[in-house]
Ligand binder design. Structure first.
Ligand code: BES
Ligand code: ZN
Length: 457
């Protein structure tokens, strides 16, 4: 790559950070209806930025949900086409009092930028936009054809994207998909991710009586929904961390010995991992290592609970209702719909007749796993080496990006997941952050990536 592209990138570091701050200032929280206008404003900001850096055919395309942003630059005759995917929506910020600086007032401390969306995913999108900008401003062209496709519903399960990709199959057609929406293996250890877990998400509502009751007058005469909810949840996993839902493991693809061996060689420090999390002891399915549990085994988790009196002091009451949000992380070859049906049947079986149980399916996503022995992944490896001074390790991840399996199925091309977040980036939690040296190295790596992909004719 011509030196002047790297020079241009290095020269503009401070500007990148200032611009990123404006992007991060938009509270594009897709889960909360009151932020709908901000979500749209964020899509518009993204589109304007694409226009500004010199992309063509910039469009905001409506879906039944939040708009997607599309742009392309297809002037690299004879070179392959890459589809860059990301999401401009972010997670809610609660508990907001635990943030050191306001979530939408991006603040740099010790070389890290703190804001909701800094790592997941605006910072990682912006890294690509700046790499594209460097090529277009400095060379006047891109070495590869690029289609940019950025959605606004990833954090709520990408419910409209599957259909969108199917309907816009030709518009999105490419030779390879590039995604930067995941953490790297560890600080100083860049990685390429070749597997993601899937998801099935539910809300459970339990009603015991018409209204809350005096726990003295009625305690002992009726079932307590909060207690019943606890009993139901307690039946979901055994002491060894195995999910008890009948049929849950039927379609789980067993881990290959070879893969297990590879993972054992990764520089994973379990003691440090536990300490960093602040957990007194780690817990997970018996018979598997921590990395295996997170990357290759399914799990059942409670995401939130709501019931009864939780204010200060004490109140003697039997709540009329109780609610839980739960989710199951899935691995190849589990199917979210099938697992959802198994869960419904199991709850029906274990729930007592003393209460009314309502299950609401929220969102889902299929797991994804790919072969990483292809020339696009190799090209990405070379680019990462240029940007980070180290060749990447190959890992799977425990998180989900629902559209990735759709890309595989509908577009039929490989995805390269080149994420530059860090495992301690606090995604979805207070004080989300992005390491700025990873960001800047990532811009350089992305610029090299386009060149490397362009050579694959
Ligand atoms: N960036 C994450 C996906 C991710 C997380 C990849 C961790 C690798 C490691 C993404 O924004 C995300 O949070 N996805 C949701 C999807 C869900 C709502 C369907 C997730 O995993 O919870
Ligand atoms: Zn996320």
């Amino acid at each position: 790559m011509t030196n002047n592209i790297v020079d241009f990138i290095n020269l503009h570091r401070d500007r990148y950070v200032e611009e990123l701050k404006s992007y991060l200032a938009i509270p594009s929280i897709s889960a909360l209806p009151q932020h709908q206008p901000d979500v749209r404003r964020c899509a518009e900001w993204t589109a304007q930025e694409l226009e500004r850096i010199g992309m063509q055919n910039v469009r905001l395309i409506e879906t039944p949900g939040n708009p997607v942003v599309y742009a392309d630059w297809l002037g690299a005759a004879g070179a392959p086409t890459m589809l860059f995917y990301g999401h401009y929506d972010v997670q809610p910020v609660d508990p907001v009092d635990q943030w050191t600086s306001p979530p939408f007032d991006a603040t740099v401390r010790d070389g890290e930028i703190y804001a909701r969306g800094s790592a997941d995913d605006k910072g990682q999108i912006f890294m690509h936009l700046k790499a594209i900008e460097a090529w277009l401003k400095q060379a006047g062209s891109l070495p590869v054809n690029i289609k940019v496709f950025i959605e606004g519903e990833e954090e709520v399960g990408s419910k409209h994207l599957d259909q969108f990709v199917r309907e816009h199959k030709d518009q999105l057609a490419a030779d390879v998909v590039v995604i930067s929406d995941s953490p790297m293996f560890d600080r100083g250890i860049p990685s390429i991710c070749y597997g993601l877990r899937g998801l099935a998400y539910f809300q459970i509502d339990i009603r015991g009586t018409k209204t809350d009751l005096h726990s003295g007058s009625f305690g002992g005469a009726v079932a307590n929904p909060a207690f019943v909810l606890g009993q139901i949840l307690a039946q979901m996993k055994d002491k060894g961390g195995r999910v008890k839902i009948a049929g849950f493991y039927d379609d789980v693809r067993p881990l290959r010995e070879e893969e297990r061996e590879q993972w054992k060689r990764l520089p994973f420090n379990e003691k440090r991992y536990r300490k960093d999390l602040g957990a007194p002891k780690l817990f997970g399915e018996r018979g598997y290592t921590t990395l295996e549990r997170v990357w290759a085994r399914p799990t059942f988790e409670v995401n939130g609970l709501l019931a009864g009196f939780t204010g200060e002091g004490a109140k003697t009451v039997i709540p009329a209702t109780a609610m839980a949000k739960i989710s199951m992380r899935l691995v190849p070859d589990q199917d979210p719909d099938k697992v959802a049906t198994l869960f419904e049947a199991y709850v029906k079986k274990v729930a007592p007749k003393t209460v009314e149980v309502t299950l609401t399916r929220m969102h889902g996503g299929k797991p994804w796993m790919a072969d990483f022995d292809n020339r696009y992944v190799q090209a990405a490896g070379r680019a990462i080496e240029q940007g980070f001074g180290k060749s990447p390790v190959f890992n799977r991840e425990g998180g989900s990006i629902p559209v990735v399996s759709t890309f595989q199925e509908v577009l039929g091309v490989p995805s390269v997941l080149f994420g530059i977040g860090l495992p301690d980036e606090n995604a979805h939690a207070p004080n989300e952050k992005l390491d700025l040296s990873n960001f800047h190295n990532g811009v350089i790596a992305a610029a090299f990536l386009y060149e490397e992909l362009g050579k694959l004719r």
